[in-house]
Design a binder for this molecule. Structure first.
Ligand code: DAT
Ligand code: MG
Length: 153
């Protein structure tokens, strides 16, 4: 089926890790039907985080954002599936948790925009840029999943 190999970059931020939400967040993507194709646990460098958020470099919160993201380990992941970039953003909720509906990750687990626990790519193009920034090609795993034919018809 066309589009099922779309990929997005999802990262559980330091507050999500510290608040022990890793399992809950992974569970949501798994149970939705998306396929995990890459995952690592790391304390991201300041250089990596500055590059990741380079589009926001002129915003007043940029330094604080990089500092927050650098304050502890994160879980970096690549998830694959039909429309996963857009659907992933819907699952996350709005950037500001106050605007996020209950049932979304940010709507259910956080309060402030500066501690919004999770990152998700906002376009296919940015997803590819972010995946290449965080992962080496050999760290991404293509495989058949036995439930694929029960998820896509
Ligand atoms: P998103 O993470 O939903 O893609 P974004 O790319 O606009 O949002 O911003 C990146 C992150 O920067 C966001 O997740 C939290 C932080 N941020 C955005 N706006 C902010 C603000 N007004 N004050 C503090 N942090 C902010
Ligand atoms: Mg963004």
């Amino acid at each position: 089926m066309a589009g099922v190999e779309e990929r997005t970059f999802i990262a559980i931020k330091p507050d999500g890790v510290q608040r022990r939400l890793v399992g809950e967040i992974i569970k949501r993507f798994e149970q939705k039907g998306f396929k995990l194709v890459g995952m690592k646990f790391l304390h991201a460098s300041e250089d990596l985080l500055k590059e990741h958020y380079i589009d926001l470099k002129d915003r007043p919160f940029y330094a604080g954002l990089v500092n927050y993201m650098n304050s502890g380990p994160v879980v970096a992941m690549v998830w694959e599936g039909f429309n996963v970039v857009k659907t992933g953003r819907v699952m996350l909720g709005e950037t500001n948790p106050a605007d996020s509906k209950p049932g979304t990750i940010r709507g259910d687990y956080c309060i402030q925009v500066s501690r919004n626990i999770i990152h998700g790519s906002d376009s296919v193009e940015n997803a590819n840029t972010e995946i290449n920034l965080w992962f080496q090609p050999e760290e991404l795993v293509s495989y058949e999943n036995c439930s694929d034919s029960w998820i896509y018809g």
